[in-house]
Structure formats: structure tokens, C-alpha cells
Design a protein around this ligand. Structure first.
Ligand SMILES: [Zn+2]
Length: 444
């Protein structure tokens, strides 16, 4: 993991958030290459699940939502972690993360019985477990610091803790306007915010993240078959679009006692990250829990009316939910390879071609020969028109350029030399095999 974090910073993929001010816990900034990779991953998902299908539609809801959303969804009451404070050094922790064998619903007595020592000062002197709500609050409209609590309370809003509710709250709009055949899905990508007590593990547990979620609405009596189909689609996406090895994904059937109370089946896709197994995606059967809550809170019907029989019912929902940063890290850790070339250690990102920030790097063999540079620029423009994501590199010597392009995952380096001027061929060097072949410019 340390090697990947170091590569990410060294090559401009991912920096600590607000780095220039010494960072800001739980936030990360994506640099030029990180943005390119993240965007490609999100675009592939959108293409696979939305644009290549006839039954899933996109939405893009506001991050700030009516607070009643979070009352209906249960987040106001239950989106909380067990917070425990060390009375000696005042450090605060998530109780279930520092003690073994306890769950999020741990009581003070259960926690004390584990005889956990404070990870900071080593003492064992704990306060009671308190529930800490992870939603970030803000105030909407003209609220001043000296306003009384009642005014402030009335204007409270939350940064959304998940994108899913922006989908559910638009279900009625979509049914009323485009009246899709059932089953149908609504997909959304966007930011979500969670005030993690102790953000850690690089981009795995951050306070601000991007999500890709689908709510797939099905007939209540057909959820099992639709669940299976979505399950297969997700594996296919991970394998064939993201280049992940399915052997690195542990499909964990979540036991009834560990599932949300309304869910009848949940599969956690656990990815084998360099520092251990962590959730990459959750696939949950959520019944009609969300739509029924919205109907109750809003007083509006969430019925779907069958086009043929006229029968009205509240659809049930299957939800695949992916954390984008978690997927970025799964792709990076799959691609990260150390090998040896001519007796020298090499770091190479073996990214799939569809995800590599650049498909090609073009360079002149020597940067101080104007005729080589001119010819290389010509080839660069040809490739750029054809493939868009092509980069130019004339820094250092050719060996250094190869090393840099290997580290950022560029599949092919194209080099223009003196022979090019004679016969219009170039050297194409392969990232994974380091083999060099001579190719005519017309055939690139
Ligand atoms: Zn302590």
C-alpha cells in the first residue's frame, strides 16, 4: 500500500487534500492523472450500466436535499457510529474499530468487557459509548452565529451521506414523465459525505467520496431472478471493463443478523486490497423499504401501475452501490507491478488500455534535433486526432521517459528517430513486455 500511495503522489494521481496547508483529515485531491483514471472508470460504468442498456436511466440530483429525506430514510435517527473517548488522553475512537469481535451496535458494557487499551496512550479508562451521527450539517439561508438554537435548528441541512436517496426521491418524477416498463433502474454518480470518526487507509475511508449507485425497480415476486442478473452484470463489469481479477473478489453473503433489517439478501463484494480485505461494492435487496418510507413522509403514492393489467403496486428494489475511490484503488492495486528489466527494478502500472490515462506517449529520440522534434510533433497530432488521450514527452533521456510512462501506465511509447525521416517508420515500445517493434506511421 505504501508503494502505491507513494507512486500516486510522485506521479500526480492523488495528493492529500489541502496539502499546502498540511492536509485536511479524510480528504484527498486527484491530480491530472488521477482525474483521468477516475473519469474513465466512471465513464465506463455509465456506458456499461446506462448507455448500453435500454432499462436504466440517469439522474443527477442536488447534494443538498430537503431534511425530511433523511428522516424518511432513517439516517437522522440511525446513521451513527459508536463513539468512545479515552478519559486519560481524550482521544476519540470508533469502538467497533479498536476492539475485536464487537459490532456497530455495541453497548458500553460489551465494550468494557473486551478490555481494550487506548491505541494512543495505552491506558484502559473509557467513557461511555455514545452514538455519533455521521452526517455533516450545514445551515441553509441567512443564519447568523448569534441566532438562537431554534432558528439554527429550523435551517439545518445535511450534505448527503449517500447518492441513493437522490434517486428514490426522483422515482415518482420519472414514473410520471417517462413511464418506463418494469423492471427499470435509475443510476446516479456523485459526491457523498460521511463524517468518519477516524478516516484512514488512504482513499478507502475518507470523509468525502464519490459514489455510483443504481436503484433497480422490480416486481416484488421477481426479485430473486433480477438480483442474480445484476450480480452477474457487476462481475462482468469488474472483470471486462475494470480488468479486475475475480479471484481477488470475495463475494460475501451477508448473514441475516448482519443485514439491514429490511434487506432479505445482501452480497458484499470484498476486494483483496494490499492491506487486507475491504468492501468494494454492496449489492442489496432493499424490498419496498425506501419507497414506502417516502410515501409515508411525503403523503404521495409511490405506486407503479402495470401498463397491461392496470394493477398498482410499490416496486421492490435491488441496489448495487460502489464507492468510486475504492474502485480506483482496486484498479491501481491490480495494475501495480514490480519487475526487473535488464537487471534493474522497474515499477509498472499494467492498467487496461481503456483505463490508462494516456494510450500513447510520443517523443523524439533527441530533443535537440529540430528535424526529429518536427517529425515527432507531426506524429503526435496524427495520433491525437485519432485517440484523443495521447501525451508528449521530450524530457530526460529515452530510458527515463520509458520508466515514467511505465509508472503512469501508458501502454505504448512511440519514438521518432533518424530512420523515421528516411522510411516513415517509428519505434513502438510495449509497456508490459518492453518489446520494441518498427511500425509504419500509416499503420499506427
Ligand atoms: Zn488514551
Amino acid at each position: 500500500m505504501e508503494e502505491i500511495i507513494s507512486l500516486c503522489k510522485r506521479r500526480g494521481f492523488i495528493f492529500p487534500g489541502s496539502d499546502v496547508y498540511g492536509g485536511f483529515a479524510g480528504t484527498w485531491d486527484f491530480g491530472p492523472l488521477g482525474v483521468a483514471l477516475k473519469k474513465k472508470i466512471m465513464d465506463e460504468w455509465w456506458d456499461y450500466f446506462v448507455e448500453s442498456r435500454d432499462d436504466i436511466y440517469g439522474v443527477d440530483a442536488a447534494i443538498l436535499m430537503n431534511p425530511r429525506t433523511w428522516v424518511a430514510s432513517g439516517h437522522t435517527a440511525t446513521f451513527a457510529d459508536p463513539l468512545v473517548e479515552c478519559k486519560e488522553c481524550k482521544s476519540r475512537f470508533r469502538a467497533d474499530k479498536i476492539a475485536d469481535g464487537i459490532s456497530e451496535s455495541v453497548t458500553t458494557e460489551e465494550f468494557l468487557a473486551t478490555h481494550t487499551k487506548c491505541p494512543v496512550c495505552g491506558k484502559e479508562n473509557w467513557g461511555p459509548i455514545r452514538k455519533f451521527n455521521m452526517m455533516f450539517t450545514t445551515h441553509v439561508g441567512a443564519v447568523l452565529p448569534d441566532d438562537d438554537a431554534e432558528i439554527a435548528e429550523k435551517n439545518i441541512a445535511y450534505l448527503r451521506p449517500e447518492t441513493a436517496q437522490g434517486i428514490f426521491t426522483n422515482y415518482k418524477n420519472i414514473v410520471d414523465t417517462i413511464y418506463p416498463d418494469i423492471p427499470f433502474g435509475l443510476a446516479q454518480q456523485g459526491k457523498a459525505f460521511r463524517n468518519e470518526i477516524s478516516p484512514r487507509d488512504f482513499i478507502l475511508r475518507d470523509r468525502e467520496c464519490s459514489q455510483m449507485e443504481i436503484e433497480y425497480f422490480v416486481r416484488p415476486d421477481n426479485w430473486e431472478a433480477e438480483f442474480e442478473k445484476m450480480y452477474q452484470a457487476c462481475d462482468d463489469f469488474f472483470k471486462n471493463r475494470m480488468g479486475l481479477d475475480l479471484g481477488n473478489i470475495n463475494h460475501l453473503e451477508v448473514a441475516p443478523e448482519d443485514r439491514a433489517h429490511y434487506s432479505k439478501r445482501t452480497v458484499d463484494f470484498m476486494f483483496n486490497y494490499p492491506n487486507g480485505e475491504e468492501e468494494l461494492m454492496g449489492l442489496a435487496y432493499r424490498t419496498d423499504f425506501d419507497l414506502t418510507n417516502i410515501a409515508r413522509e411525503s403523503g404521495k403514492s409511490m405506486d407503479y401501475r402495470d401498463k397491461v393489467t392496470g394493477e398498482a403496486f410499490v416496486p421492490h428494489v435491488i441496489e448495487p452501490s460502489i464507492g468510486v475511490e475504492r474502485l480506483v484503488l482496486a484498479v491501481l492495486s491490480t495494475a501495480y507491478t514490480e519487475d526487473e528489466v535488464n537487471g534493474e527494478k522497474r515499477v509498472v502500472l499494467k492498467l487496461p488500455e481503456n483505463l490508462a490515462p494516456y494510450r500513447f506517449c510520443v517523443s523524439p529520440l533527441l530533443k535537440n534535433k529540430p528535424e526529429l522534434v518536427a517529425k515527432a510533433k507531426e506524429v503526435y497530432e496524427i495520433l491525437r486526432k485519432k485517440y484523443v488521450n495521447v501525451t508528449w514527452d521530450d524530457s530526460g533521456n529515452i530510458g527515463k521517459r520509458y520508466r515514467k510512462q511505465d509508472e503512469i501506465g501508458t501502454p505504448k511509447c512511440v519514438v521518432i528517430d533518424f530512420d523515421t525521416l528516411e522510411d516513415n517508420t517509428v519505434t513502438v515500445r510495449d509497456r508490459d513486455t518492453t518489446e520494441q517493434t518498427r511500425v509504419s506511421i500509416n499503420e499506427l
